[in-house]
Ligand binder design. Structure first.
Ligand SMILES: [Zn+2]
Length: 62
C-alpha cells in the first residue's frame, strides 16, 4: 500500500528534503507519482508548520 514504508527500503537512500518554509526535515513524502519512466514527483507536507510543496526527481535512463 505504502511503498516508502516497506522495511526493505530503509537501507537504501530515501527521498528526504527540508521544509522550504521552516527547514524541518521531512523524511517521507505524502505522495509520490511517476510522471514518466525517468521522472518521479514527490508531494511533501511539513508536520511542523503544515507547509506543502512538490519536488521532481530525475532518474538516469537505464
Ligand atoms: Zn515547515
Amino acid at each position: 500500500m505504502e511503498p516508502y514504508v516497506r522495511q526493505t527500503g530503509f537501507r537504501r537512500p530515501r527521498p528526504m528534503t527540508e521544509c522550504a518554509q521552516c527547514g524541518e526535515p521531512i523524511y517521507v513524502p505524502e505522495w509520490s507519482e511517476y510522471l514518466d519512466a525517468t521522472k518521479l514527483r514527490h508531494l511533501w507536507q511539513c508536520e511542523a508548520c503544515g507547509y506543502s510543496f512538490e519536488t521532481t526527481v530525475h532518474f538516469a535512463a537505464a
